[in-house]
Design a binder for this molecule. Sequence first.
Ligand code: Z5A
Length: 216
Amino acid sequence: MMRSHPLRLITFEGSEGAGKSTQIGRLAARLHALGQPVLTVREPGGTPLGERLRLLLKESSPDLSVCPESELLLFLAARAQLVRETIEPALRKGSWVLADRFSDSTLAYQGRGRGFPEPLLRSLNELACAGLTPAVTFVLDISSSEGRARIARRRGESTKADRIEAEPPEFFERVRAAYLDLARAEPDRVVLIDAERPEEEVAAQIWEIVRRVLGL
Ligand code: Z5A
């Protein structure tokens, strides 16, 4: 069997509105320009099953109740499918995979946000990810007020918040703190990026790190 290249998995994490999708787009374009194969994926989503689970997970409706345990398992189901159906095959072909959220989102949101114990989440992540660990994880750090302001600007006044966006500010403070702790605990993998700076500055820092760490 062909071996996958785990070094080519890069994940982007952080609170809503931090600029993950924006920075993934920029990094993918730079890698493309060098003739490198690149796949971008988002979580939850990225497969037919994952995209359907995404709709369920984001829906905010009085007739759809989602308990924390169901929420956790649905995120993990989407991840398990994405790893096997999309990420692993792409890595085996030698492609870069840039993921908009991955296992650390579960540690931050379901761990610190909802209160599930970290050892449980780590072992569920191990199962869902088939042991795959990102080579580099960029945590885009932004205050929850600035992140929310960006989302509100992007959304305009028309659409209401989804189920998770509707959580109170304290929830997002806990999520942010979880990411900061993760960066302190795993400095070899997790790189903390100040995402309140202009887009171009953030992109330049990320590109420098990718080139240095991954030897481009
Ligand atoms: N979740 C979970 O609980 N557990 C899990 O295991 C997983 C996920 C995997 C997914 O939401 C939700 O699921 C998420 C966590 C939870 N819930 N929350 N909250 P999503 O996929 O719909 O959304 P998101 O992941 O939170 O990302 P986002 O809201 O789309 O934001 P983003 O990708 O980080 O930002 P962006 O789209 O690149 O930028 C947002 C806006 O800011 C946009 O208009 C940009 O043009 C602008 N922008 C970007 N960069 C800048 C800078 N540097 N300056 C100024 N403006 C900027």
